[in-house]
Unconditional design. Structure first.
Length: 267
């Protein structure tokens, strides 16, 4: 099994999951945890104080699992329309809520407000552009020097977008200094192909529930990862489906992060 992230902010769920899989998985393969406003919303964690109370505990959990200081907890800006100054202020504020060992990475939007300050953000924390549903935007973001681009093939496939061609082209033409995170998978089949392509999957509770079955988990562990991406001479097609999907993604996150964002503005 290759490296992966755990996509939930539910501490008890992660503890239970790790107790099930720890004997089969090298602890160094667990790269950390990804969160977003929706992940906190699912736990009824709506305020900034609730977010910052949970963050060091998530960091501590990653430290316990990995037994080193190389893991990361990824947290998203609470609103996609934040100004550059707000994003910098948020980065300075939120990244202090770690356990003194595992660091916090910041998930940002592909907007110019975020991308224009990547160099400044990178002096504070690692940067992860999230909510991407097309290869063109992902490649643009990579040119700004971000550490990760997070594309959402699970959501893409739900609306009929050929996620495989988008991810394949991204991997062929991306930058080795920027890792491609794949998320929002809904099925084992979706997880299999993002693993095979050599991305860094972030696996949510829906797929973990399927993986908890021993036979299914063994299948994932035994996947042949020597997958060669077919060479695409031209970029795959992009249309309104891609743009609409990312817009809907951030609308959902903005709604879930509304109270937290208002709290932050009043600091």
């Amino acid at each position: 099994m290759k490296n992966f992230l755990i996509d939930t902010a539910n501490i008890e769920y992660i503890k239970d999951l790790w107790s099930i899989i720890k004997n089969d998985v090298d602890k160094q393969l667990v790269r950390g945890i990804t969160t977003n406003p929706n992940a906190f919303f699912k736990l009824d964690k709506l305020t900034l104080n609730e977010w910052t109370d949970l963050l060091p505990r998530l960091c501590e959990l990653v430290s316990e699992i990995r037994q080193d200081n190389l893991g990361r907890v990824h947290i998203q800006c609470p609103n996609s329309k934040m100004s550059s100054d707000e994003i910098l202020k948020y980065a300075e504020y939120i990244t202090k809520f770690n356990d003194g060992n595992t660091k916090i990475s910041l998930k940002i939007t592909p907007s110019i407000n975020s991308l224009s300050i990547v160099n400044e953000l990178n002096s504070i924390t690692e940067t992860n552009v999230t909510g991407l549903s097309d290869v063109s935007t992902a490649l643009k973001c990579i040119t700004y020097g971000v550490n990760y681009v997070s594309i959402i093939p699970g959501r893409m496939e739900e609306v009929g977008i050929d996620a495989k061609s988008q991810v394949s082209y991204l991997l062929q033409h991306g930058n080795k200094n920027c890792e491609v995170i794949t998320g929002s998978m809904r099925t084992i089949e979706g997880l299999e192909w993002v693993f095979k392509m050599g991305t860094l999957p972030t696996i949510g509770e829906k797929v973990w529930e399927q993986l908890k079955h021993k036979e299914t988990f063994d299948k994932i562990l035994k996947i042949n990862y020597d997958f060669v991406n077919p060479y695409n001479k031209f970029s795959p097609s992009i249309d309104n489906k891609n743009e609409d999907l990312s817009i809907q993604f951030f609308e959902q996150m903005d709604k879930c992060g509304e109270i937290c964002y208002n709290n932050f503005k009043n600091i």
